[in-house]
Design a binder for this molecule. Structure first.
Ligand SMILES: NC(=O)c1ccc[n+]([C@@H]2O[C@H](COP(=O)([O-])OP(=O)(O)OC[C@H]3O[C@@H](n4cnc5c(N)ncnc54)[C@H](OP(=O)(O)O)[C@@H]3O)[C@@H](O)[C@H]2O)c1
Length: 328
């Protein structure tokens, strides 16, 4: 194959530990269909979802990842870069546009996606910050605005406030006019304050129910606390949104999510589980918030493409500060 038809990409051919199953390789540049855009990737962000796909966990998610081997040969879920080629029916972007979007196989020098999976990047938002927006931004926006229904004046508790999703959730809840309490460990309290939280709780020193406070909305992104503990600090007509969990390889904590969903119809509190859905309208909202400076991605770790597996190991550990980005 001619060298100009190839690119570097992070190949994913089996499920397992990221440093064992992800490797840099030279592969063919993807071809595009009529409604697709070829993007020269400048940065991609990684999150827990990339770790789950690499490892193939939880097993219940295998139908979407691939049953025995990964469905997608290249890793990666989101990107920012420059449009290099467009299909015949593409109208929303043109060659040379700087764009941000989501799509499989983004941990590579080029990615091909339908034009409905990207939008033009504001000039003053860098590639690294832009790449951090889609996946964690969708989860934060949909948890806070849609499932949580956060409104001005609401008291909102965010567990996991310092991570990829949490760092966006704090800023979005503040932008909606909420009074935000962020839960983090000691080393991340400063970050949660900088993101705009009105109050912080250090989970290594105190319980979330130690303040005698009751919240209108709880966004539970990390920590896997028992439902009854969360319900104790939720107002009787409040809303709990479960975003993340952890646990064994079969379900990774989905048991708690299922219990919450089954219990919800029988109690006044609304107990909801988030399944975030990528979509163009929300991408445009996130971009607009970033352009206005209302939402600032906190990129605290950056890795070059050959070290993508290390980046995915880092986010897999669940101790990230803000977002982790891979530069291409
Ligand atoms: N439902 C959905 O659609 C959806 C979408 C996206 C993500 N998720 C899930 O959401 C979860 C978080 O994702 P993420 O990308 O934000 O992860 P992340 O970047 O690793 O962030 C996790 C954060 O949680 C904090 N944390 C850990 N233990 C905690 C505890 N006991 N109490 C409070 N905070 C704690 C960590 O800070 P410290 O180091 O300070 O502990 C870290 O900053 C994952 O389980 C992911 O799979 C779900």
């Amino acid at each position: 194959m001619n060298e100009t038809n190839t690119m570097r990409a992070i190949i994913h051919e089996a499920f397992g530990a990221p440093d064992e199953v992800l490797r840099l390789a030279e592969v063919a540049i993807p071809t595009i269909g009529r409604d697709e855009v070829l993007v020269r990737v400048r940065a991609t962000a990684v999150a827990k979802g990339d770790w789950l796909i690499a490892t193939g966990l939880p097993y219940v998610a295998r139908p979407s990842y691939g049953i025995r081997t990964p469905r997608h040969r290249i890793a990666g879920l989101e990107f920012a870069g420059v449009v290099e080629a467009i299909g015949d029916s593409v109208t929303r972007v043109t060659i040379g546009d700087e764009v941000v979007g989501w799509g499989n196989q983004a941990l590579a020098e080029r990615v091909a996606v339908p034009e409905t999976q990207l939008a033009v990047k504001p000039a003053d938002v860098g590639f690294e910050a832009a790449a951090a927006l889609p996946v964690s931004g969708f989860a934060a926006l949909q948890a806070v605005r849609d499932q949580g229904g956060v409104a001005a004046g609401d008291r909102v508790l965010i567990l996991g406030a310092s991570g990829g999703v949490g760092s966006f959730a704090v800023q979005i809840a503040k932008a909606l006019g909420a009074e935000v309490t962020g839960v983090a460990s000691t080393r991340n309290l400063d970050l949660v304050g900088e993101l705009g939280a009105d109050h912080v709780i250090d989970y290594t020193r105190e319980h979330v129910d130690g303040h005698g406070q009751r919240y209108d909305v709880i966004i539970d992104i990390a920590g896997n606390r028992p439902l009854r503990q969360l319900r104790r600090v939720l107002r009787t007509d409040g809303t709990l949104v479960i975003v993340g969990g952890s646990g064994g390889p079969a379900t990774m904590g989905f048991g708690r999510t299922i219990r919450a969903t089954l219990l919800s119809p029988f109690v006044r509190q609304r107990l909801r589980a988030l399944i975030s859905k990528p979509n163009l309208a929300d991408l445009e909202t996130l971009i607009e918030l970033a352009a206005r400076g209302v939402l600032t991605p906190r990129v605290d770790a950056m890795y070059p493409l050959p070290e993508a597996a290390a980046a995915i190991e880092l986010v897999g550990a669940g101790r990230s500060r803000g977002k982790t980005v891979v530069t291409v």
